[in-house]
Design a protein around this ligand. Structure first.
Ligand code: FAD
Length: 416
């Protein structure tokens, strides 16, 4: 028999990723009692960097957390340079063309934001965080969700609540328990990620090297560190690991001699796979983001390809909107799907645009087809030369005005 926990919560959030943490914080600030569950025994960020876009920075500012973040060892990212893997310059995306207050994005180690959020959670008497606690199933009474079952150190535990929020990532078990129909697309390509010393001469800007079926990126994440990522198809990762890490370095260096000159030294410190992570990429499309007594956010509702660099920022935006809708639900004692629909309606259009943009980027950027690569490079060069295309793309990725290219923009990007 499960042990009944003595406490009842207003809201239980499954998943202590950025979406779950921000929702918990906002709901606690609105006066509700929140439990956050995460299957990990303790926070364990991967060796990777992440980009916080202007929309994410704006949310952190509203939460009063941006100052602490910007005082930490993070990188103010003003430009991203795209090169062919041969080294030829294709395009520079210039964040400084964005309006104030955020003419930049921030690249950082995920642990920094996570720590700031966890400190804010710890300061709230209304939030309890349960690490090493894995969601197992819902508890229902008269067909209504009244709590959930979880496993904690191999012991079953139960939690009572008015509503369950599934913020448990692309493979969400909460989504399965809600019986929400969905389609999960596993992209062919994932990324080996690592964080190495920032070499002298590697200036402020981030870089992408795009080749024929190859992508390598280098983004400073702090004054002293740089985040590197290299695309590898998931079906090849076992073979790549068998060949050894030195073989991987040679493959990266073979893209362009400049990469070896720049990163050969720092990469010497990467001697085992445990210093790397392999991150798979998914797109999730759900028929609905809410059920009676339950709601999904972040990757659980709508994972997207990382080329748009909006997954985490979108999870944060979900949390902000959802907190307002949930406050209404509590005021009216109504947690029906119908009541929660306002949240989904407000977010879905933008999310679907970002997902489509992500797919389009994968189609061109990851391609091995000479025709598609020619088109890819041509579009990059036009974006470089045409401010209206540059700014439209930038504002979309920055989450300021999500309006990907229309037909006229596409013609302008290819023909004129
Ligand atoms: C290679 C790569 C690079 C990316 N770069 C960026 C970027 O630069 N910027 C950006 O905005 N986005 C980026 N993303 C996307 C971003 O990482 C995700 O969109 C974001 O992490 C989603 O946040 P989330 O809170 O929804 O879920 P997650 O961060 O996935 O958190 C889910 C949490 O739920 C927990 N959990 C899972 N199952 C259970 C269970 N059964 N019980 C309890 N807990 C559970 C997990 O332990 C985890 O802590 C990238 C993605 C990839 C793959």
């Amino acid at each position: 028999m499960p042990n009944a926990l003595s406490k009842k919560f207003d809201l239980i959030v499954v998943g202590a990723g950025v979406g779950g943490l921000i929702l918990s914080l906002l709901m606690a600030r609105k006066g509700f009692r929140v439990a956050v569950l995460d299957q990990q025994a303790h926070p364990m960020p991967l060796p990777r960097g992440e980009i916080l876009q202007p929309n994410g920075l704006n949310i952190l500012a509203q939460l009063g957390l941006l100052e602490a973040l910007l005082k930490s060892d993070v990188h103010f990212n003003k430009k991203v340079h795209f090169h062919q893997s041969s080294g030829a310059h294709l395009c520079t995306i210039d964040y400084m063309r964005l309006p104030l207050p955020y003419p930049y994005s921030v690249v950082l180690l995920p642990a920094i934001l996570q720590e700031i959020l966890l400190d804010a959670l710890a300061a709230s008497p209304r939030i309890e965080t349960f690490w090493g606690t894995s969601f197992k199933g819902l508890i229902k009474k008269d067909n209504c969700i009244v709590g959930l079952e979880a496993m904690q150190a191999e012991s079953p535990v139960t939690f009572e609540c008015s509503i369950v929020a599934g913020a448990d990532g692309a493979g969400s078990r909460v989504r399965a328990a809600f019986q929400v129909a969905h389609r999960t697309h596993a992209y062919e390509d994932g990324y080996i990620t690592m964080v190495v010393d920032r070499p002298p001469g590697f200036q402020e800007d981030s870089r992408y090297y795009l080749g024929k079926g190859t992508i390598f990126g280098a983004f400073p994440v702090s004054d002293t560190k740089v985040y590197l990522f290299y695309m590898i198809p998931t079906h090849q990762i076992a073979a790549v690991k068998n060949r050894g890490i030195d073989d991987l370095k040679l493959a990266i260096f073979s893209l362009n001699p400049e990469i070896e000159i720049m990163f050969g030294g720092p990469l010497q410190a990467v001697s085992g796979w445990e210093q790397t992570a392999y991150m798979r990429c998914f797109r999730v499309r759900c028929d609905q983001w809410a059920v009676d007594g339950g709601v999904l956010l972040g990757d659980a509702a709508h994972a997207m390809n990382p080329h748009v660099a909006q997954g985490r920022n979108s999870a944060m935006a979900d949390a902000v909107l959802l907190a307002d809708v949930l406050e209404d639900c509590f005021q009216q004692g109504d947690f029906s799907q119908n009541k929660l629909r306002r949240y989904e309606q407000a977010r879905r259009v933008e999310i679907e645009k970002l997902q489509s943009l992500g797919d389009e980027m994968v189609f061109f950027w990851n391609s091995t087809s000479p025709v598609l690569l020619w088109l890819r490079d041509r579009v990059f060069k036009k974006v470089e030369r045409k401010p209206h295309l540059h700014d439209k793309l930038l504002k979309t990725v920055a989450g300021i005005d999500v309006s990907p290219f229309n037909l006229i923009d596409r013609l302008s990007a290819v023909c004129l």
